[in-house]
Design a protein around this ligand. Structure first.
Ligand code: MOS
Length: 780
């Protein structure tokens, strides 16, 4: 039988990793052996075979099932909750509500917003449809839901407002005591916009709207909660076990040490799983009241009502440009709503306007209002796709007016520093120019445009090409991030990190980093992650920062383990550690490779049993900004009779720094484009604004997600890899969010090219397009 440890190591053919020195932080990689390759996920088998246990799969002995009663009205006060009948239902162990003692702790809305708002878990003033009113734990989920239906609530139904513009009108129903505007209007300005507009040869003004998108991770939100005495353990589908630990400890008044959160596997999160939900605390309350483990996984309808959304944005943009393509002014305003609570309605919507292109005169005004709807949450590149929908269509319109190619107009205004930040610090790398140039070349931009424009446009089916670019505000950073790499005496390795793998392949990338330094095959590394009880501290996996934040710490830990290993080997080989190198599980003298020793034969290691390398993430370079960039291109076919848009091909040129794993990189690109197409074409929360205020489309039939049939078969991922030795010791800048930023605008620009119609609002349904085509025909 083959020994498990055989074939554990790579024998590097290319380069030998550098020899670490004590206390040194690793130097940037030059050539890599493992990093950058296409490597399947280390946990691919567990994931596809169904053996991986996600929180929604978990079954514990004596486990009960929880369910939440939610307010069916968009605005109401709870006058009374009668749980007597529900309590007597078969299988029911407990019913809790705002009036059952000890079960209604405080809850703060403070995430991703500049305003904090204190409320309670079961709030008597229900400000949106879906506000929790009571909860049940029962033997089966069916019994729990039957009991929910038996709870009698006396509501006083209040007038509601479900429209951002109407929320500010006099006489609008008040959602909060201080009125429906969330704090002050946020203002930014640089230069002199009025002067800039006067200097322009062409000024264009347009209004844009993006619809509210609902968070739709494959795995529903929820957890299993279990108490052992006063120790609480929670298995949660989360992007960050530490923020959940923190949130639950705060709500329940527990020390952090008494709350253990485990999130080893989780089925997707795009910002709505960055922290604890009310459901997390409710599960813990139910478990405490019954002294049994309680599983509380929301239904899809509940996640659509209550767990978050990309807030709708109503935007106005006025821009000035000279005939040579120099931007002279950008004047932007936005009205948005994070729903009934402070939740970041306008957050980051103006960032691309402020920082994507060189422009001396920029102004932005953003007003955030409350409406009676579920609270927003950060959603894949919060704010950015909304702002890009406006800015990138504006760039297209300006190019058209001055008779310039849209790519050339953008090339004319590429910055190398961040204008919107204090002191205008330079970017560690600005791959935007290469994204534009290389992307256009690979796509065949000029040729495709010319070919389409030469054709006679008689057919009802027209082709068009479009493009847009983007930047993402973040690029990873630290501290904190701490990583442990344990190298055992047989040479095998255990990696310990706090970060969640939210489906992006984090575990695989980190294993590849260890592999790069220690030569061990990624699949031979055991990874322990996302468990506050056993793994190191990490912030949530979000902001596209997991790789650029964690990977440098992983690398530092692996290098530190290697340094200790070399010291042990050096004393055996009677040499200095600085002369050693490692490959194929052997340590040898660089000057005389015949002098070598196998890792498994180092007496120092055998005696110690294990080497522990601890790695930390240092801070980013001072006065430098790490940001990813993108340029995307697509070709569409639009049927002017039916309003159908077929997206034929897409190309994404992404500057996210170094590609860590080409396979998971491409997956992020395909996923981001798909979600961006959803924003452009189909996704929209529909509230019955005038009659009931209720959410109309609360399932996968009525809320239209793009499927495989809605995205092109041809999606090209074109990594642009500027050498970035300043970003961090891995040169990576983050990819998950940057991809989605330009996508919707790319489609809109292509539709414009194909039809001459500019679509200002998402989603561009066939009905809306037909209306636009008919208006255009009437204009002649
Ligand atoms: Mo992301 S919106 O930080 O999950």
């Amino acid at each position: 039988m083959k020994k498990e440890t055989e074939g554990m190591y790579y024998t590097h053919g290319l380069t030998v990793p550098e020899t670490p020195k004590p206390g040194d932080s690793p130097k940037p990689w030059k050539q890599t052996n493992v990093v950058g390759k296409r490597i399947p996920r280390v946990d691919a088998y567990e994931r596809v075979s169904g053996t991986a246990v996600y929180p929604s799969d978990l079954v514990l002995p004596r486990m009960l099932y929880g369910a939440i009663l939610r307010c069916p009205h968009p605005h109401a006060t709870v006058k009374g909750v009668d749980i007597r009948k529900a309590e007597k239902m078969p299988g029911v162990h407990v019913v809790i509500s705002g009036s059952t003692a000890g079960n209604n702790p405080g809850w703060k809305y403070s995430a991703f917003t500049r305003i904090e708002f204190a409320t309670r878990i079961f709030e008597s003033h229900c400000r949106y449809e879906g506000e929790p009113v009571a909860a049940v734990a029962a033997e089966t989920p069916y019994q729990a839901w039957d009991a929910i239906r038996a709870i009698q609530v006396d509501y006083e139904v209040l007038p509601f407002v479900a429209d951002e513009e109407k929320a500010l009108a006099t006489g609008a129903p008040r959602i909060h005591d201080k009125g429906n505007q969330m704090g002050e209007t946020q203002r930014y300005s640089r230069g002199d916009v009025q002067k800039g507009l006067e200097e322009a040869d062409v000024v264009v003004e347009m209004r844009f709207n993006t619809a509210c998108e609902l968070h739709t991770p494959m795995e529903l939100h929820g957890c299993v909660a279990d108490w052992d005495g006063d120790n609480l353990t929670i298995w949660e589908s989360t992007q960050g076990v530490y923020p959940v630990q923190n949130g639950v400890a705060q709500v329940l008044g527990l020390p952090l040490s008494k709350v253990r959160v485990i999130g080893r596997y989780m089925g997707g999160g795009f910002g709505s799983k960055l922290r604890a939900g009310k459901y997390t605390a409710i599960a813990a309350l139910l478990a405490r009241a019954t002294a049994r483990p309680v599983k509380l996984i929301l239904s899809r309808e509940e996640t659509y009502l209550a767990t978050g959304n990309r807030p709708p944005a109503h935007m106005k943009l006025k821009a000035g440009v000279k005939k040579d393509g120099t931007l002279t002014a950008l004047d932007f305003s936005c009205l948005a709503s994070g729903g009934a609570y402070p939740a970041g309605g306008t957050a980051l919507v103006d960032w691309v306007v402020r920082d994507l292109y060189l422009c001396p005169n920029v102004r932005s005004e953003m007003t955030d209002v409350y409406i009676n709807a579920g609270p927003a949450r950060p959603m894949r590149a919060p704010g950015h796709p909304q702002g890009a929908w406006a800015l990138e269509q504006m760039m297209d319109a300006l190019a058209e007016k001055i008779g310039m190619d849209p790519v050339d107009l953008r090339l004319k205004n590429v910055p190398t520093f961040s204008q919107a930040r204090e002191g205008s610090p330079p970017y560690t790398s600005t791959g935007l120019r290469d994204c534009l140039v290389e992307g256009a070349k690979a796509f065949g931009w000029k040729e495709a445009r010319e070919k389409i424009e030469k054709e006679e446009r008689k057919s009802p089916v027209q082709r068009g090409v479009g493009m847009a670019s983007g930047l993402w505000i973040a690029g990873g950073g630290g501290p904190p991030s701490t990583i442990l790499v344990k190298l055992f005496s047989d040479g095998s390795v255990n990696l310990n990190m706090g970060a969640s793998d939210i489906g992006t392949g984090t575990r695989t990338v980190m294993a590849m980093v260890v592999s790069e330094e220690l030569g061990i095959r990624p699949e031979m590394i055991q990874i322990e992650n996302a468990d506050t009880g056993t793994t190191q501290y990490a912030t949530a996996s979000g902001g596209s920062k997991t790789v650029p934040t964690e990977a440098p710490a992983v690398r530092a830990a692996a290098v530190e383990a290697k340094r200790q290993l070399f010291e042990m080997a050096a004393s055996e080989l009677k040499t200095d550690p600085s002369g050693l190198a490692l490959t194929g599980g052997e340590i040898f003298l660089k000057e005389d490779p015949t002098k070598k020793i196998k890792i498994t034969e180092i007496p120092g290691l055998k005696k110690a049993g294990v080497i522990v390398g601890i790695g930390y993430r240092g801070p980013n370079a001072q006065n430098r900004v790490v940001n990813p960039f993108a340029a995307q291109f697509c070709e569409v076919e639009v049927n002017k009779r039916t309003g159908e848009v077929k997206i034929l091909r897409f190309l994404a040129a992404q500057d996210s720094g170094r590609v860590m794993n080409r396979l998971t990189y491409d997956s992020q690109v395909i996923g981001g484009i798909t979600m961006g197409i959803g924003l452009a074409m189909t996704e929209a929360r529909i509230l019955d604004r005038n009659n009931t205020g209720k959410l109309v489309n609360r399932n996968w039939h009525d809320y239209k997600l793009p499927t495989a049939l809605d995205v092109p078969a041809e999606m090209t991922s074109l990594p642009i890899e500027p050498e970035d030795n300043e970003a961090n010791t891995t040169g990576s800048k983050g990819l998950g969010e940057p991809v989605i930023i330009p996508t919707a605008a790319v489609v809109a620009n292509a539709v414009r090219h194909a039809t001459g119609v500019r679509v200002l609002d998402t989603p561009m349904s066939p009905a809306m397009l037909c209306k636009l085509f008919s208006e255009k025909r009437k204009e002649g």
